[in-house]
Design a protein around this ligand. Structure first.
Ligand SMILES: Cc1cc2nc3c(=O)[nH]c(=O)nc-3n(C[C@H](O)[C@H](O)[C@H](O)COP(=O)(O)OP(=O)(O)OC[C@H]3O[C@@H](n4cnc5c(N)ncnc54)[C@H](O)[C@@H]3O)c2cc1C
Length: 383
């Protein structure tokens, strides 16, 4: 129903083949286990090691760090296929951390962390948000104080994806509070085994995305080697965070495109077999018109995401296009999910139906990765 992904120039024959492999893996190794992972609130780590062994974890890393030296299109199709089967944004956060380390890590840091991340031995997270600050990151209170050859880290983070299942957490903190955003650094904290003073708080109870652990984290006088400051220089954290945001935002848009298409496919399938008043639900003009609208939105979203992907590959994706893609595709995702769910009637309210879970899972897309209001604020500055 939605061939456009495969029709775009960035989807070369090799990328398309890789995508088929990922789809087979996702459908056979992940989809059947998702109900159990949802019930237990976490994904079994073995699946990441299997993905790593097949080269699907971080294919875009250079070979010396355990990747395939592929371009980021390969990672985008992984994220697309996982979103399609209702995997939450767990793997995406891991890819975001990998991009930070690859881009800004010292050669020693890259060699130490990236191979374990590519093999799936390690899962990672990034901890920016705090109980009192989210959008206004400059106000963060988490503090790392240099003492000789180490830092002493103090603070609390919340809403951290993979917080209870990571082996490495990239913590945004102030190394010099007097300097404002120029005093922010990213400190890599290795938590397997957990260092003294590090504690995972509650695994938070969410509206959707139940298979992913979203957590509170606490750091009380945690000693972290000075060599774990990303890039080896203090005060670069804010710039590092900002420079990777287009990638983070495109990831949200890719997931939106995949989920919208899946939702329309599922709804067409359902309405064609569900009967009411002696005809199928699909036969009502209202249903067909709603589905026509949703299919149109799916195509337009995919075109925009394809265009952004091509520009990312060409090195010409400007931040504003990524902000636009993030807010707009996530809004469309929520709208399409609402329309599709309505066509399922009461079954659309039952958690055993994928459309119901997809509806609940979609809502966060407008909030994380920078809220949609913040995206519009940023876009407006370029006008
Ligand atoms: C499931 C989930 C997973 C997450 N994963 C992570 C993670 O892995 N790592 C991490 O660090 N964080 C994570 N987050 C946090 C997420 O990024 C923040 O929730 C988000 O940035 C918003 O921050 P906040 O919740 O503090 O809301 P606030 O910043 O308090 O915003 C509240 C409201 O005010 C609006 N607002 C704020 N500033 C402005 C402005 N300038 N103009 C207009 N409106 C504004 C917002 O848009 C929002 O509507 C996650 C959150 C969730 C729910």
């Amino acid at each position: 129903m939605f061939p456009r992904l495969n029709q775009h120039p960035w989807m070369t024959e090799d990328v398309a083949l890789f995508r088929e492999q990922v789809r087979r893996f996702a459908e056979s190794e992940m989809a059947p286990k998702l109900p159990q992972w949802r019930a237990q609130g976490r994904i079994e780590p073995e699946v990441w090691r299997k993905m790593g062994a097949l080269g699907m974890m971080l294919p875009e890393l250079p070979e010396e760090y355990g990747g395939a030296g592929a371009n980021v299109a390969y990672q985008l199709v992984v994220l697309d296929e996982l979103a399609r089967i209702e995997m939450p944004m767990k793997h995406s956060v891991h890819s975001i951390v990998a991009h930070y380390i690859l881009e800004f890590g010292t050669p020693e840091q890259r060699a130490r962390w990236l191979p374990k991340m590519a093999s799936g031995e390690w899962l990672t997270s990034v901890a920016m948000t705090e109980p009192a600050i989210g959008s206004d990151l400059k106000g963060m209170l988490t503090r790392a104080q240099r003492k000789g050859d180490h830092y002493v880290l103090n603070g609390a983070k919340t809403f951290i994806t993979n917080g209870a299942t990571s082996q490495l957490i990239l913590v945004a903190c102030k190394t010099d509070p007097a300097l404002g955003s120029r005093g922010v650094s990213l400190l890599a904290v290795e938590v397997d085994p957990p260092p003294p003073g590090f504690r995972v708080g509650r695994v938070l109870d969410k509206l959707g995305q139940h298979s992913v652990d979203t957590c509170e984290l606490f750091f009380d006088d945690v000693v972290v080697p000075a060599g774990n400051i990303l890039g080896g220089i203090e005060g670069k954290g804010f710039g590092q965070l900002m420079s990777q945001l287009p990638w983070e935002r495109l990831i949200v848009a890719v997931a939106a495109a995949a989920v919208i298409e899946r939702a329309v496919e599922l709804t067409v399938e359902y309405t064609r077999q569900r009967k009411a008043f002696g005809q199928t639900v699909f036969d009502f003009q209202n249903s067909r018109f709603k589905l026509a609208e949703c299919a149109t939105m799916a195509h337009v979203v995919r075109s925009f995401v394809n265009d952004c992907t091509q520009r990312l590959l060409d090195g010409t994706l400007d931040p504003e296009a990524a902000y636009m893609a993030k807010w707009w595709t996530s809004e469309v995702q929520c709208k399409v999910l609402d329309e599709c769910l309505q066509l399922f009637g009461g079954y659309g309210y039952m958690n055993e139906y994928p459309i119901t879970r997809m509806y609940a899972d979609a809502r966060i897309q407008k909030i994380y990765g920078g809220t949609n209001e913040v995206m519009k604020e940023l876009i407006s500055r370029s006008l």
